[in-house]
Write a protein that binds this ligand. Sequence first.
Ligand code: URA
Length: 242
Amino acid sequence: MRLDKFLGDQNIGTRKQIREYVKNGRCKVNGVVASKADIHIDPVKDMIAFDDVELTYSRFHYYMLNKPAGVVSSTKDGRTMTVIDILKDENVKDLSPCGRLDIDTEGLLLITDDGELIHRLLSPKKHVDKVYEVHMAKELTEADISRLEEGVDIGDKKSDGSADKTLPAKVEKAPADEEGNPVILLTIREGRFHQVKRMLEAVGNEVVFLRRLSMGSLMLDEELEPGQYRPLSEEEINNLKK
Ligand code: URA
């Protein structure tokens, strides 16, 4: 692989910037300053360093975004800002959000160009746990909680026409929000369209604010404000792939 391709894949800069960086002696191959950007290196065996920081080669890119409200979870949208627009400085092709959050939902969104991982995490067969912080219009009764936990009819139908209820879920009460709205942490294992809002509607309640806190092993970094993102750590990537 060419050195400039390796550095580009690791988001060091554009091809032009990389040529400049190499010219300025900022890149070393096995401890020796690289002479040119187009030399060939072995991404596995050679030790590549930029500004004396060793780079580990990764074919794919993984980011955690704290999605803000008002932004759509798609790659392109003529009018509304998308989650991919937020990562525009990353200079990475083929990034996609792993699943969708509604325009008014905030919280954890994995954004990656690893299509296989996206496919695995979203596969209905895998039942990956997702935890949502749900702010509601009113308190849930014990009967509402049991219904949500056992599975509710949200209007979806099976092929034989019978109700396709939601899979068992988990409800944990949390302290009310600043406006006094009751809050729960709801764990679901599916990703149906508007699922959380429809589940609460099915028990006669209403979601007033929704934030996703986790997806499988990946937890929203509390340091990230809505609209901020960061690359996943190697440990986070490995845990997601397990
Ligand atoms: N369920 C919803 O209703 N909306 C979301 O954005 C995510 C889950």
